[in-house]
Design a protein around this ligand. Sequence first.
Ligand SMILES: Nc1ncnc2c1ncn2[C@@H]1O[C@H](COP(=O)(O)OP(=O)(O)OP(=O)(O)O)[C@@H](O)[C@H]1O
Ligand SMILES: [Mg+2]
Length: 388
Amino acid sequence: MSRSALNSRLVLVVGPALSALARSAMPRAEISAVTAEEVLAHPPAAPMDLVILDAAGATPEMLAEVIGQVAALRPVPPALLVGAHLPASLFRALLKLHRSDVLEAPFALGDLARVAGELIDGGAEEARPTSSCWSIMGAVGGAGATTLAVELATLLAARSGPGQTCLVDLNLADGAAAAYLGGTPNLRLADASVTPSRLDATVLSAFTYRVPGGPDLLAAPRDSNAFETVDPATVGRILEVACEVYRWVVVDMPRHRQPWSLDVLAGSDEVIVVSELTVPALLAARALAGEIDDALAGVTVPRIVLNRLAARAFGPSPSLGEAERALQRKADGAITSDWEAAAASVNLGGAIGRHRPRSKIVRDVQALLDKLAPAQAELAKPRRRFGR
Ligand SMILES: Nc1ncnc2c1ncn2[C@@H]1O[C@H](COP(=O)(O)OP(=O)(O)OP(=O)(O)O)[C@@H](O)[C@H]1O
Ligand SMILES: [Mg+2]
């Protein structure tokens, strides 16, 4: 532990009986003490450096609820659970957090100071956690980019737990992701543009809509002038902060090139071009993938996903082999056509995986995720990604 780690740090102690001990162990920290009931009724508004939970101060069920609430804070603070005979349910609850530790009672004052300091130190090191950013672009209008972005983000959210995945809709003028998910577009670009450098995790969370059981969503309300008025620095900053806050960031990219498009693609770990199985779409996908290859050689290689694969009985569409020949590259994924499931999703509001979990679309997107995610196991090193 570095002692400076505890200076002026904001520490929330849940369980007032522990507060005197915490103050003695961390005399320079700013400690506030609350009961579990109070914190459940009024979650802390300011970002916390550490949350200490006294297992003797509330029932395990209530504490598990508090831990769930801590996991939903942005940025997620580390947590220290203190007590004797701790139930397994609380250990399981702690798994929701990036960083947590347990201090079994009885313990010495020095132990509390040391473990708290280590958590705060580690939290500072991880202020920019590793993350993966996947950007998705349609080769032609209506190819299925938004559908793929929504389904991928939903599966990633289900896999990673709440607050770990963000879907960013960069179709700033008329994005559809919020409507597809039945969510609210809360990203106020004009406010975000005033001073992009002040945009931090707290500001970002005010712009976010949390899809119940799904990803967090950053999408702007309809504004036909948005592309003309937005500052490229703002777009870069939004993604930069999203990558600091979330483990997974999925970007629904506009099809037409914006001044910031290449920066976003260059900062992405995966660039996915979505095409449908028509000759014009395949030719457009080949051209778009070629443009990305040329502009970002050595930085990223776009992947191609073919959408709306249907049995040939439904019309003279190219086979997968013919499609790959037209593309002059292999496709990395293929998604079956299922109009009924896609329509249920957009009309009811919510991912296909929610309304039609057995749809082949969900199965195919899951297969794509399984293919891409292991490649991401070695996480991108923290780095400045977006903007020059
Ligand atoms: N695999 C699929 N099977 C059936 N319908 C699909 C499939 N994928 C997408 N759709 C439907 O196709 C339509 C266009 O999809 P989507 O909006 O995702 O495309 P897009 O590339 O984002 O379009 P835009 O260019 O307008 O942004 C939507 O109605 C969607 O529900
Ligand atoms: Mg779209």
